[in-house]
Design a protein around this ligand. Structure first.
Ligand code: GLC
Ligand code: MG
Length: 249
């Protein structure tokens, strides 16, 4: 067996079925010990909400923690975000102008202060309002020459991110650092902010059985043999996918 680079979303992907999570944890920690497999958590949560989840769930200590939808990378338990990644995202990012632009839309309800991050501006937005608001907001941001991406997840969360800062670009950055080829890299997710994980189509992708409609819609519109849609939910679906791709026996 060869080492692989394992990247997974947390909420409703890794976490959500405690029993399956225990089983997956056993497999992953053994693989890490025996073959040097790397475990990376890639979540929409801020560092604060990640710490909160850690007190509620049995999570392994990851080799790398990526929070705020790919915009902050922490290696080996460090408290300082990877400076090269910060530098890369800083270009053309104007947080104040983004916030001023969103003020034109009364349907956008700011998420708590903990979820407002250096490279992430987040709101709650209902699915109903999103249909009208998202294209209008996108146009206005573009008019103001803001090089950003709108990411809508789970019918309620809107994140505004630098165009180059998402789960997919963070994966590519780490793959290069670990010198891991795409066929030895696997990404797992369940919702809209995970689309970027699967977008390059080079890595092996696992979508858990309980995925959100927005991700499933994208999945069916962009077929790839490198992507596996699991039958089981959460960690059970990850285990199923890891076996499908031959990462686990
Ligand atoms: C997490 C974050 C939230 C974000 C959402 C979707 O729930 O806490 O800020 O909007 O993920 O990315
Ligand atoms: Mg999720």
């Amino acid at each position: 067996m060869k080492p692989f680079l394992f990247l997974t979303d947390l909420d409703n992907t890794l976490v959500g079925d405690d029993e399956a999570l225990e089983e997956l944890n056993r497999h992953l920690s053994q693989h890490r010990e025996q073959y040097g497999t790397k475990i990376v958590y890639v979540t929409g949560r801020s560092p604060i909400l990640y710490q909160e989840l850690k007190t509620e769930q049995h999570l392994l200590e990851p080799d790398v923690l990526v929070v705020s939808v790919g915009t902050e990378i922490y290696r080996d338990g460090s408290q300082t975000p990877d400076p090269a990644w910060v530098e890369q995202l800083s270009h053309k990012w104007d947080r104040e102008l983004i916030v001023a632009t969103t003020a034109h839309f009364s349907d956008l309800v700011p998420q708590p202060p903990s979820e407002q991050r250096p490279f992430k501006v987040s709101y709650f937005l209902s699915g109903e309002a999103a249909v009208e608001v998202l294209p209008q907001l996108e146009d206005l941001l573009e008019e103001r020459q803001l090089d950003v991406k709108l990411v809508y997840s789970s019918g309620k969360d809107l994140d505004i991110l630098p165009r180059g800062g998402n789960k997919g670009t963070a994966t590519a950055f780490l793959r290069q650092q670990f010198q891991m080829p795409p066929e030895q890299t696997v990404v797992c997710g369940d919702s809209g902010n995970d689309v970027a994980f699967f977008q390059s189509g080079e890595e092996r992708g696992i979508i858990v059985g309980n995925a959100q409609p927005e991700l499933l819609k994208w999945h069916y519109a962009n077929p790839s043999i490198n992507r596996y849609l699991a039958k089981a939910d959460c960690a059970g679906g990850i285990l199923e996918g890891l076996k499908h791709f031959g990462f686990l026996e």
